[in-house]
Write a protein that binds this ligand. Structure first.
Ligand SMILES: C[S@@+](CC[C@H](N)C(=O)[O-])C[C@H]1O[C@@H](n2cnc3c(N)ncnc32)[C@H](O)[C@@H]1O
Length: 278
């Protein structure tokens, strides 16, 4: 057993992390998991003696490029703690804008569908904030649905889960159709950081060469699935605004708004169907 003072251990591990291009904060978070204490507690209790051996395997995974969230097994999204693992995409902070927009837009007691639910983070957050809504979560990946089902139980959510390729496995109409679909074009997928490309599910990231394949299917099929004053709310990729505006016009939708994320990137689009089909 190697016992070291916490402040000495932290200092050497943080230096090591920096040298390897890893954020030293990751060391603090893994140490806080090990001790079952907050990061603030680590700062205040440098005199503690700690057995660092248990940290070695976790740090080795991090240094090999595995995302911190998969190693820790959970992450925060919209102020709730979601379990995460390689079965689904890690929830991203910018996706909270999609949730916020859906919460604002959904009519009282409305029906909402989340297409490509992954960990369930969008659907569960919407339902937990707006318990009047009826929220259905679908995904093509049964592995992702299994993870979403664990999150649903942990967070005591009433969302319904179903396996479905876009709308193919569900019936009925919706007031809000929300989705953070896979939107990375195949050529850009090959360029993604190894951390993302090797560890996160490919199906969650790229739908094909154009990047808009799943978005196009949602827009084609949503005409038959939207209530008269309903809307489609989508997260889109960096640089996709023009392509989405063109697609929306071709597929007979009005762009109600395009919302920027905290980095100023147009990230969430709200679409409503043209009143009369041409
Ligand atoms: C970008 S991830 C989003 C996951 C989660 N909603 C989030 O925001 O973190 C896209 C999700 O869409 C799912 N997906 C991909 N193609 C699909 C399709 N044709 N029909 C339904 N879901 C699909 C993937 O399995 C993945 O879980």
């Amino acid at each position: 057993m190697t016992r070291k003072r916490l402040d000495d251990l932290r200092a050497s591990l943080r230096d090591d992390a920096l040298r390897r291009g890893i954020n030293p904060r990751d060391v603090d978070l893994l140490l806080s998991d090990l001790l079952g204490r907050s990061v603030a507690y680590l700062y205040a209790h440098g005199e503690l003696m700690v057995d660092s051996a248990q940290l070695d395997a976790r740090l080795a995974r991090r240094y090999a490029g595995e995302p911190l969230q998969y190693i820790r097994g959970h992450t925060e999204f919209y102020s709730r703690d979601f379990l995460v693992d390689a079965r689904a995409l890690i929830p991203r902070p910018e996706t909270e804008l999609l949730v916020e927009t859906a919460i604002e837009r959904a009519p009282a007691h409305g029906r909402v569908i989340d297409i490509g639910t992954g960990s369930g983070c969008i659907a569960i957050s919407i339902e937990r904030e707006r318990s009047d809504l009826h929220v259905l979560s679908v995904d093509r990946s049964v592995d992702a649905l299994a993870l979403a089902s664990v999150n649903k139980a942990r967070l005591e959510s009433r969302v319904m889960l179903a396996a479905s390729d876009v709308f193919s496995g569900v019936c009925g109409t919706f007031d809000v159709i929300v989705s953070n679909p896979p939107y990375v074009p195949l050529s850009e997928y090959e360029e993604l950081a190894v951390e993302v490309r090797i560890h996160e599910p490919r199906m969650a990231l790229t739908p094909g060469p154009a990047g808009t394949e799943v978005i196009e299917r949602i827009l084609d099929e949503a005409h038959a699935r939207l209530e008269p004053r309903g809307c489609v709310i989508l997260e889109v990729g960096y640089g996709q605004e023009e392509a989405i505006r063109t697609l929306a016009a071709e597929k007979r939708y009005d762009v109600d708004e395009f919302l920027p994320d905290l980095a100023g990137i147009p990230r969430v689009v709200v679409l409503s169907a043209h009143a009369q089909p041409r």
